[in-house]
Design a protein around this ligand. Sequence first.
Ligand code: UGA
Length: 433
Amino acid sequence: MKKIAVVGTGYVGLVTGVALSDIGHNVTCIDIDHEKVKKMRDGESPIYEPGLDEVMTRNINAGRLHFTTSHEEGFVGKDVAYIAVGTPEREDGTADLRFIETVAKDIAQNITEDITVVTKSTVPVGTNDYIIGLIRDNLAKDVTVNIVSNPEFLREGSAVYDAFNGDRIVVGADSAEAGDLIEEINKPFGIPVYRTDVRSAEMIKYASNAFLATKIGFINEISNLCSRLDANVEDVAFGMGLDGRIGNQFLKAGIGYGGSCFPKDTSALVKIAESVDYDFELVKSVVSSNKRQQLVMVDKAKDVIGGLKGKTIALLGLAFKPNTDDMRESPAIAISRELLLAGADVKAYDPIAAVNAAHFMPDGVEYVGSKEEALSQADAVIIVTDWAEFKDMELSVFETEMAAPVVFDGRNCYGLEEVSRTNIEYYSIGRRP
Ligand code: UGA
């Protein structure tokens, strides 16, 4: 059992802290937000993440999981400090390291014993060298500090599951001892550990996210060709995925990826490349391809229903993917903006994300409390997020609620056979109308 501090209680930090406590470590999560810390002490997760409250409560009750706003209290006597604060995207696409810098200085000022600092946050290659330099330059006491890059690969919405069932744990350490320590801490997870150097670990994170984004971008472009050539993208993806070298995951065509990671990390990788005079053309085109993809259903709607001016368009789903209330970079934002610009009225429904959505969406969108309410009076509907509530619903709902149902399904929620038995005018991604 080790004594661990985790700074930052966003998705990455909170799930990391909770999971580490669940395998027996004594964990203190530090966050500057008093309200948030109060909530978490009561076992209430500040984010919508299935299963998290339960594991949190279990470990708080067992006395292994603590929350504090005090850096002094948080770092004192710890074996390891995990940094899991945000690295938001700056206007120019580079990663903003402000929060990381503050934490590095705080660690330096507050630690009283030798410590290993572990970076969970996604940081540009070379940042850990910078962080350790910053800590050593600001140390208040004469102690030894080591650094480990330990990138996180969890997915929002299945973060708790992923923490206990990941494919790999990457440990990029600046010394064998620090690497051994982090490997030992993670041992109870039973997940394979891959040891490498600090910079390679940092790069693994960006390369993995950019590769996954490329895979999605690729199948989305293929879907656009399928639409034009009367082929079926789902059959194409299935046939491709049978090749073990390609793999059958992350080949679901749709209206583009969103979220807090792929858009930010692809842009950052392009900038990282630029910083060493390298033009990363492939990832640049993935970024622009995704922007175009987010609007394919709006473009289709313009053609099919004869312009959007004065039309009412229902949006089903707003979150960037199901099982989360996260609206960051959701295709719903670009879609709404374009619809409003073209003169349409937008009625939106999301089972969870509607409250959060208002902070991200353009003004002028009307939020309603049910899918039926969104559909009634709508000239057409765009399905943005493949929530189970939409996937599993009877298709007759479209027919009963809409005078003349026109459905633009951005997530291929329904089988073509099933749809053909209805009176719905149906358009989906990379499949025959
Ligand atoms: C992603 C990665 O999957 C995680 O491994 C990584 O840790 C995380 O970013 C991160 O860097 O923190 P996440 O953004 O939570 O996780 O969501 P994903 O489930 O990967 O989905 C991302 C987007 O891609 C969603 O908008 C989803 O709808 C879209 N997507 C995904 C597709 O359009 N097609 C697919 O086949 C898969």
